[in-house]
Design a protein around this ligand. Structure first.
Ligand code: PLP
Length: 368
């Protein structure tokens, strides 16, 4: 069966150029970057070069980049790295932020709501800031709906009040320009496997002067900010992946959305229709269950998901859709379509045809 992968927000394949850049560091150039001999220096040089390129891409200084083991680690480093106090985040964040916050028992956490369009209102942030606020963390693009948050505006509010602002930009890189300089953020998380790099590699940008304790202790790697032998191949791959051109799939996803609206009754679009990363659309199909939709589409050769891959197996409706105020039955009937570099225009039509079939079949069953 010729399968269609429409779950690029869950993960992406490693780009051939990224793999080619990484391979030497999984082979001959295997040194430990902490070793003083030739092999170590070779690995160190690769990391130094990657850091320069990554910093340039983000509009940052090299000393402001910490390589990590992915988006979850970057997010956790931020949440656990600030001193005790008041933290502000939002109800639509990834669990890497929300669950980490739950474990900061020495902090009081304010969770901002999101509107029906999946947007956080800057006025809510203004109101929630307190003299003891030590951190604000709001994502740049939501992983389930693709909706963009007003990051520069939120960051400006925090700067005015002298509070560090973090954004989880895991779903932005590769889909929209990401610049810490343009956005005015103090902290930013990325994960390579979301933009055609390897899994288990990410980075955290920490603006100079922002105080953050490490999450991991051990050796003096990453300037004593993240202990552990560096994943040289991963870091090289991450830097190469950041240099790939942006993928703009807005028209393709909009065509799919228009097809769904025209051909499937009881289809509800979730998230902001315009202010979104171009590769993502999310719909709920009244009278269906997410699990049936995912299974049915998989049998038709279309791989999609309900949102966070980490939530697979949980019977609870998506916390993002629930926070947006979707009724429980619609929140439990949602599908996220996320396209990527290899998606062809004809794939959109095939996805739509499969969807029409699966939704029709599921509704017939429920009607019996
Ligand atoms: N943040 C967001 C918005 C994500 O979508 C994800 C992954 O789904 C993560 C964080 C976690 O990243 P990683 O898979 O690299 O741990």
């Amino acid at each position: 069966m010729n399968r269609i992968y429409a779950d690029y927000n869950a993960t992406t394949p490693v780009d051939p150029a990224v793999l080619a850049a990484m391979l030497p560091y999984l082979g001959d150039k295997f040194g430990n970057a902490s070793s003083a001999h030739f092999f170590g220096r070779e690995a160190r040089a690769a990391i130094d070069d990657a850091r320069v390129r990554v910093a340039r891409q983000l509009g940052a200084q090299e000393s402001e980049i910490i390589f990590t083991g992915g988006g979850t680690e970057s997010d956790n480093t931020v949440i656990f790295g600030v001193r005790p106090g008041h933290i502000i985040t939002s109800a639509i964040e990834h669990h890497a932020i929300l669950h980490a916050c739950q474990h900061r028992r020495d902090c009081e956490v304010t969770v901002l709501p999101a509107g029906r369009d999946c947007r956080v209102d800057p006025a809510d942030l203004q109101r929630a800031l307190r003299p003891d606020t030590v951190l604000v963390s709001i994502m740049s693009a939501n992983n389930e709906t693709g909706t963009l948050q007003p990051v520069p505006e939120l960051a400006a509010i925090c700067r005015h009040r002298g509070v560090p602002f973090h954004t989880d930009a895991v779903q932005s890189l590769g889909k929209q320009p990401v610049s810490v300089a343009d956005w005015g953020v103090d902290l930013l998380s990325l994960s390579a496997h979301k933009f055609y790099g390897p899994k288990g590699t990410g980075l955290l940008y920490v603006r100079r002067g922002v105080k953050l304790d490490p999450l991991l202790f051990g050796g003096s790697h990453e300037n004593e900010r993240r202990a552990g032998t560096e994943n040289v191949a991963g870091i090289v791959g991450l830097a190469r992946a950041m240099e790939l051109p942006l993928v703009n799939l807005f028209d393709l996803t909009e065509t799919l959305a228009a097809g769904i609206a025209a051909q499937i009754t009881g289809a509800h679009r979730n998230g902001h229709a315009m202010l979104r990363v171009g590769n993502t659309v999310n719909f709920s199909f009244a009278g269906c269950e997410t699990s049936g939709l995912l299974l049915g589409l998989d049998l038709e050769g279309v791989a999609v998901s309900s949102g966070s891959a980490c939530a697979v197996g949980s019977l609870e409706p998506s916390h993002v859709l629930t926070a947006m105020g979707l009724p429980r039955d619609l929140a439990r009937a949602a599908v996220r379509f996320s396209f990527g570099r290899a998606t062809k225009a004809t794939d959109g039509a095939r996805v739509l045809a499969a969807l029409v079939k699966v939704v029709g079949r599921l509704r017939t069953f429920t009607a019996c």
